[in-house]
Design a protein around this ligand. Structure first.
Ligand SMILES: [Zn+2]
Length: 665
């Protein structure tokens, strides 16, 4: 699955209420031609400081919070121990009830992982690591590498197995390799965190300190063998279909067929090895480190993967490093919010069913479909009139556009979790069994045809995605609400918000990554060399533009990492504007609150991105997030649009009038 999302969600929000587009929160003192982000968001940002338990706070966050409150109401009712509950209600209710019962969790201490710790302690030879990896991978722990199923990039009808780099405790390989003062400091803090976690498992301070150094050494070796994020955006750089024997020749330490079988996968004739160099490095790491070192490494990854459902000391230490230090969050979120999120992550389509019953009507689906059809028409018009594209490529692009499928709201059929044992007094066990269910379900797909009805996001999610291998766009019910969409605010702002979101997802099929896949979702070059060159020249303009934005203090936006998202933002807003103009031919819109429809359209775009970030979080996102920061998402796009400059009467030489303007679609 190669999916490009609308926004990376890491932090999670805290206050209720969410409103639609609001003319009153524009900063009328700011000049829209100087800083349109400030004009769109200045007043909202001034009125909405980041809550203590958040690392970012913006319009997405507000909406997530509103959804979370709805989910909480559902779960609180469902968790009453009532024998008359239906199966789905019992599943989600008991999962939540166990999670929220911190007294019981504290009482049991580390008992829920005792068997795992004993097993690791009893490993006799380095070859035994393989069996223990199976135990950890089956509960979703990220030890040494990853194994999953995926769509074959060159045969999109078929599911295959895939092994990939993994095994790090920090958010990215760069955290291990960069030499700037902040990175050096964060590595010291990470060492202290690993040491504390090992102490919580019972190690003496000196042993734990040595253990942390071992973990750092092994993970740094793995980081050095890992692909960076810009490389991983290139679908050809991550596609290496190999036989089992070829994988064995990269990393002969493991008996791979035995590992795959123990994981529950069918026998594999071939599989995708995403990053072959990583497996060469893994072999070296396995050969050169001792069994005792790996015991420490495995214990750390076990504790790391389950910490959030262990007693308070583990939860607090995990929060302290991953949220307080790495993202700048001041306080931990209340338990109920975390348990809502864990239930969504573990039993998402059970909870999602109840959410949809409560919130999402037929009307919402129809209105969204109408918008999608209008934006698709706009992209067709755009492709037909682009001056830089030759007829041969234009024809293929239209074929691809015609083949895009739309999924809106929620799945046609829901996952059935009835085989997962859920106990009211076993929070960690429930979570592990839900993860095992998911791992098994994914691996079971290997060798089978692709199921195109599945969703990669749960219904309450405030996000959307395009999947290049499915060639489909997906809008969960959770995003089809204010401020993205409202039947109360005016149409012009809707086009600038949800219309641009639809356009963004659609454009992903034609960004630097998506354009390499054809109408059927296969990685196949359907571009003439001259069109490919013209595309790349135009894309380079975005790379330069966004590289000039600052993410935080000394850190610039990575123009290459964010290229696909920036292309989608620029194309998306243009398509939405074309659709608005089209709609206004039949139904002209009047000025409102002193703003023309065109001005409200752009302000609708500006307002969905209002978001403040703590500096620590801004720093992390600059490394891991393929999306640009909010001010760049707003100003970076409008400054490329003559339509914007006309709407606000901006003059040549003003900051929101870029020269030369960048444009692909
Ligand atoms: Zn996107």
């Amino acid at each position: 699955m190669r999916k490009t999302i609308l926004v990376l969600i890491i932090g999670v929000p805290a206050i209720a209420q969410s409103s639609g587009f609001d003319i009153n929160t524009l900063d009328k003192k700011a000049d829209p031609c100087v800083d349109f982000y400030q004009y769109s968001c200045g007043t909202w940002l001034a009125q909405n400081p980041i809550p203590a338990d958040q690392s970012t706070w913006g319009r997405f966050g507000e909406l997530e919070e509103r959804n979370r409150k709805i989910l909480y109401d559902i779960l609180e009712q469902a968790s009453a121990n009532d024998p008359k509950r239906d199966t789905v209600t019992r599943e989600i209710g008991d999962f939540f009830a166990a999670c929220i019962d911190t007294a019981a969790i504290d009482r049991r201490g580390t008992a829920p992982i005792k068997a795992d710790l004993d097993r690791i302690a009893a490993l006799k030879t380095k070859q035994d690591i393989q069996g223990e990896l199976v135990n950890l991978h089956r509960i979703g722990a990220n030890a040494l590498f990853r194994f999953d199923s995926t769509q074959d990039a060159k045969n999109s009808e078929q599911m295959i197995g895939e092994v990939d780099q993994g095994g790090l405790g920090l958010p990215d390989r760069d955290y291990y390799l960069k030499e700037d003062a902040k990175s050096v400091e964060q590595r010291k803090q990470y060492l202290a965190h690993v040491q504390k976690m090992l102490q919580l498992l019972g190690d003496a301070p000196v042993t734990a300190s040595q253990g942390a150094a071992v973990v750092m050494r092994i993970e740094t070796e793995l980081a050095k063998g890992s692909q960076d994020r810009v490389t991983r955006r290139d679908p050809n750089a991550t596609y290496h279909k190999m036989t089992g024997h070829e994988l064995f020749s990269l990393c002969p330490f493991f008996e791979w067929p035995k590992y795959f079988a123990a994981m529950g996968a069918p026998p594999l004739e071939s599989l995708n090895v995403v990053a072959p160099n990583f497996f060469r490095q893994l072999e070296t790491t396995l050969v050169t480190n001792s069994l005792d070192d790996f015991k420490t490494y495995l214990r750390w990854h076990l504790a790391h993967s389950v910490a959030r459902l262990l007693p308070a000391a583990f939860v607090d230490e995990d929060f302290n490093f991953y949220h307080k230090i790495l993202t700048g969050t001041k306080e931990q979120r209340p338990r109920w919010k975390r348990c809502v999120d864990y239930t969504d992550a573990g039993l998402g389509e059970a909870l999602g069913q109840k959410y949809v019953e409560k919130t999402f009507g037929v009307e919402g689906k129809q209105r969204t479909l109408k918008m999608v059809n209008e934006i698709e028409k706009a992209l067709g018009d755009d492709i037909r009139t682009l001056e830089w594209m030759t007829p041969a490529t234009r024809q293929q692009a239209l074929v691809k556009l015609e083949a895009v499928k739309n999924k809106i709201g929620f799945p046609d059929k829901w996952l059935d979790y009835s085989s997962v044992t859920i106990a009211r007094d076993d929070a960690l066990g429930n979570d592990r069994r839900a993860k095992e269910f998911e791992v098994e379900r994914q691996l079971h797909k290997i060798g089978r045809p692709v199921d195109r009805t599945e969703w990669q996001m749960t219904p309450p999610t405030v996000n959307a995605y395009y999947d290049a291998q499915m060639n489909n766009i997906n809008f969960p019910a959770g995003i089809l609400q204010p401020p993205f969409y409202s039947n109360r605010t005016d149409e012009a702002a809707n086009y600038g918000a949800i219309g641009a979101v639809v356009g963004h997802e659609l454009t992903h099929g034609f960004d630097d990554e998506g354009r390499q896949f054809d109408a059927e979702g296969n990685l196949r070059d359907w571009w003439t060399p001259e069109d490919a060159k013209a595309f790349e020249q135009r894309a380079e303009c975005f790379v330069n533009e966004y590289s000039s934005f600052t993410a935080v203090a000394d850190v610039h936006v990575n123009g290459k990492l964010t290229l696909g998202e920036n292309t989608a933002d620029n194309g998306g807003l243009r398509l939405a504007f074309m659709a608005l103009l089209d709609a206004m031919k039949d139904k002209p819109l009047a000025p409102l609150g002193g703003l023309t429809p065109e001005q409200r359209f752009f302000a609708g775009w500006g307002q969905i991105w209002c978001q403040a970030r703590r500096p620590e979080m801004a720093r992390m996102l600059a490394t891991v997030d393929p999306h640009s920061p909010p001010d760049a998402r707003v100003n970076g796009v409008v400054s490329n649009m003559p339509e914007f400059q006309k709407a606000f009467s901006c003059k040549v030489g003003q900051p929101m009038v870029r020269a030369p303007r960048c444009r692909v679609w």
